[in-house]
Design a protein around this ligand. Sequence first.
Ligand code: ADP
Length: 629
Amino acid sequence: MTASVSAALFWLLLAGAGVTALFASASERLSEAFSTDARILHRVLSQRMEQQEAVLNAAHALASQGVDEATLRTALTTLRRQYPQVVAAQRCASGRCRTLGPADVPLPRLPLSAVTESRAAVRWPAGGGPLYALTRGSVRVWVDARRLTDRLVEGSAPLAFTVTRPGSGAVLVSRAAPAGPGAALRTFRVQKVLGTDLQPFTLEVTRAAPWRAWPWLGAAVWTALTGGLTALITGLLRSRRAAQRALLDERALAAGVVQAATEAIVAVDDQHRVTLANPAARAALAHPLTPGTDLRTVTTFRATLSPAPFDAASFWSSREPTPLPDGLTLVQGTQAMPVEGSLAPLRGARGEARGRVLILREVGALHRRMLAQLETGERRAREHQDTLAHVSRLSTLSEMGAGLAHELNQPLTAIVSYSQAAARLLDEPEPDLGRVRHAVNAAVHQAGRAAQIITRLREWVRRAPGQARATDLVQAAQNVLTLCHADLRRLDIRVVTHVPPGAPVQADPVHLEQIILNLLRNAIDALERTPHAQITLVVEPEGSEWTLTVRDNGPGVTPDVLRRLFTPFTTSKDGGLGLGLSLSQTLAQGMGGNLRGANTATGAAFQLRLPQAGPPPASAGAAHQGGRP
Ligand code: ADP
């Protein structure tokens, strides 16, 4: 069945039901009105019958009392004036009937009954007709049935009626309804017996409901309305179906594009559970990616170009479109595939968050070669940087040679002294072994100190690629202070430290000490001619980082140098290379941190920040330590 046929059937049903209901309601209304009018007519006719009988009974009562004829005539004439259907009154005696007063119509002949009845009765003239008489005793009252409905107030739709005599069924009076235009749709009919004992005539009332009494306009309006409504609904349904088809087409198209794409496409919900994945994604991730799989658990990225590891947590939690960093590889077991792509939020029609979509592309052969070369370049740069750092360390050590020699000389001299003292004590006739043991222990302690310095120096001169690991920033600062001990003492520089018991940072220990040494040596150089020279070292937590601030009360950085502080070959020193700060900043950034410098009200301050390793920095009270070295 086509849609148009269904719509037409629907319309026919709806219109038919409405029209039927309208006509049924009109029919009920007309039937009720007819019943009411017929009831009124029946009551009026019944009353009029009773009126006639009342006139008869009154005349009989007067006649029985023996009033003279003139009085009787006057009384009856007065009574008749109120009841127009009573057209004449007669008094019968001795076989003759005399009409009392004028008769309204010619009276037919009515044979006299042999016995004068004392009870009221109805008498019919021979030949029928609308006239009949009510008799009682000597009195006769003539009734013209045609006048029964005189002065009857009727509505706009008069009734047709017939009054018939009981028994014979002869029509006493009949009135047809005035002919209206057109045929009647329905004729209402009712039959009742008039409510008097004497005249129980049969009253049949009919009324033809004319065509204009029916709700043609309402039916036409309803039919038109339902037609319009059906057309509207059909149109709406048709356009909805068309829109649905278009939507399905588009969806199929989009799904086709996603499935055919060579890029890996995976849509996830807010909890990173897979909702859609194309074949390229299943192949790239080597996983079936069934809906509900947590994408984070099956996708591992590794950074190649950047020294810092790929921050997966912040990547997956990003609410903005986030491109994957350059040089990222997707790890599949032992294989690593260089990829590029992005993670973008998905929004619904009203802009509400509907999850995210991850798009991955394996970088092309050319791109891959470029990345490989870039990586090689980066590796070389890192090697150069390591070499430079190494050379810089060697150069620093050679500059610190005198101080370091002095630093080593001290424990060696002490070892010699303690050993000589021990030998002397042993040469005594009764050597005091306790003192000998003390001298030997002191020599061992000094030898350990010297060994520590040498170990540090060996590590410094060792050439190894930088490798970040959990390192204590406070310990590193203390190691550097030990190396600079001789210079600090020579220049009488007071060192004040505000440091916690430990500050674990993610850093290469040698590079970290190299940075601190650069900062400390610059401060020492700046303080060479400063009276009451002081260096303050502060280690404190800041967010997810630890900071080390090296502050001095020297003359501060000259404005010229300050502008290019971290640019290589910026120096104000005779024989200075101007590489210390730029190298230190590069090393700090390579470890995920940074180095900044500025002048303060009383000198210069340099701040090194490094990411904390392990648990977040505790707000442990900082130890305070100060004094001349
Ligand atoms: P170099 O020490 O070889 O000059 P650096 O890069 O370590 O190279 O320092 C660059 C310059 O920054 C120094 O020459 C000096 O002018 C300035 N500088 C660094 N630290 C300080 C400081 N604490 N006080 C004053 N000037 C400083």
